[in-house]
Design a protein around this ligand. Structure first.
Ligand code: SF4
Length: 334
């Protein structure tokens, strides 16, 4: 039942709870104007929408990733430690062996994580190269040895043949983020490739019936309006999972000195994302431990229903076991 004391913008958004229909972009812009003292009212609505429309697992969706090829990337993504245009100090290595990927995946299964993502640095694969063949071999090996594990990949921009091959080899989800509102990609993320190339990859994946995991990064210099534009761009792309990352400024990258977003703005963004995508899996990825710190649980009560656990590509995360305890406590709020 909706309270009569709710702010009119939030009261209007209760329609999502009643009907399951998303807010409009115009409504999202209005919700973005809410002052800090009303953010928890918005978060509460987002949590109720999540519980009613996106709670089929009755717990949080957890996944882990492995950086299977690290660094020396020719692209110039401003947030990324792996770009050779930047000067971050990271471990650099070529594609990992099948054995080492299998070991990581077994650890993932042992820790009770259902989805495991193989991630490679670089632009992507427009054709089936020998390296891409090795990746296909890894996927097959994981399916054969760990049949209960959902194998996902994040390999950058794809061409027709690699996308078709991934479909044939049965991946669970393919991750490729649009990062920001597409018309701001060139200024805020990179100019060695375009948002359109990533969008075309998403369309190709959907053509091959591959489920897409696609979201963005918050805090790279975008405005709240542009963040909302990114959230609504995802509506048109028919994605299944929406990972939201918060920029963790890394020394040696152009965004090293970037001021972190306020907790209130981050909570507001997650809540608006839930109201725009009532039924999707919305995952809290990078920035959970380092930026949100004491407030990370709040995002799980503001519309998120999943998280990336066990670390990120070039930064460490929280222990999987700690995350599991955390998830079971959060589930009691549903
Ligand atoms: S985000 Fe990916 S494409 Fe961009 S620099 Fe990093 S590894 Fe390269």
């Amino acid at each position: 039942m909706q309270s009569t004391t709710l702010h009119p913008y939030i009261a209007a958004a209760y329609r999502v709870l009643e009907t399951g229909e998303p807010i409009t972009q115009a409504e999202a812009y209005k919700l973005a104007e809410l002052p800090g003292e009303l953010v928890l009212d918005l978060a509460s609505l987002a949590h109720k929408v999540k519980s009613r429309y996106a709670n089929e697992a009755e717990t949080l969706h957890a996944c882990s990733i492995m950086n299977a090829k690290s660094g020396v990337c020719g692209e110039n993504c401003r947030f990324c430690a792996q770009s050779r245009h930047n000067n971050a100090s990271i471990e650099v290595y070529d594609l990992a062996s099948e054995e080492s990927v299998l070991i990581e995946a077994r650890n993932c299964v042992a820790e009770g994580v259902s989805h495991f993502g193989i991630v490679t640095s670089g632009y992507g694969y427009k054709a089936i190269t020998p390296e891409f063949q090795r990746l296909l071999g890894m996927i097959d090996r994981l399916h054969a040895e760990l049949p209960a594990l959902n194998v996902c990949t994040s390999l950058g921009v794809l061409g027709e043949a690699p996308a078709a091959a991934l479909a044939a080899h049965g991946i669970a989800h393919y991750n490729i983020n649009i990062q920001v509102a597409p018309d701001r990609y060139h200024d805020l993320i990179a100019d060695t490739h375009t948002a359109e190339e990533r969008i075309q990859t998403i369309k190709l994946l959907r053509k091959h019936n591959i489920s897409v995991c696609c979201g963005g990064i918050l805090g790279v210099g975008e405005t709240m309006q542009e963040r909302i534009a990114m959230i609504f761009a995802l509506q048109e792309l028919d994605v299944t999972v929406i990972p939201l990352n918060i920029l963790v400024p890394i020394k040696g990258t152009p965004l090293a000195g970037k001021e972190p977003l306020s907790v209130a703005d981050i909570v507001k963004t997650f809540a608006i994302c839930r109201l725009a995508h009532p039924r999707k899996i919305i995952k809290f990825a990078a920035g959970r431990e380092t930026i949100m710190k004491d407030f990370q649980g709040l995002l799980m009560l503001s519309g998120a229903n999943g998280y990336l656990t066990g670390g990120y590509l070039t930064t460490r995360g929280r222990d999987v076991a700690d995350d599991r305890r955390f998830a079971s406590q959060i589930a009691s709020f549903n």
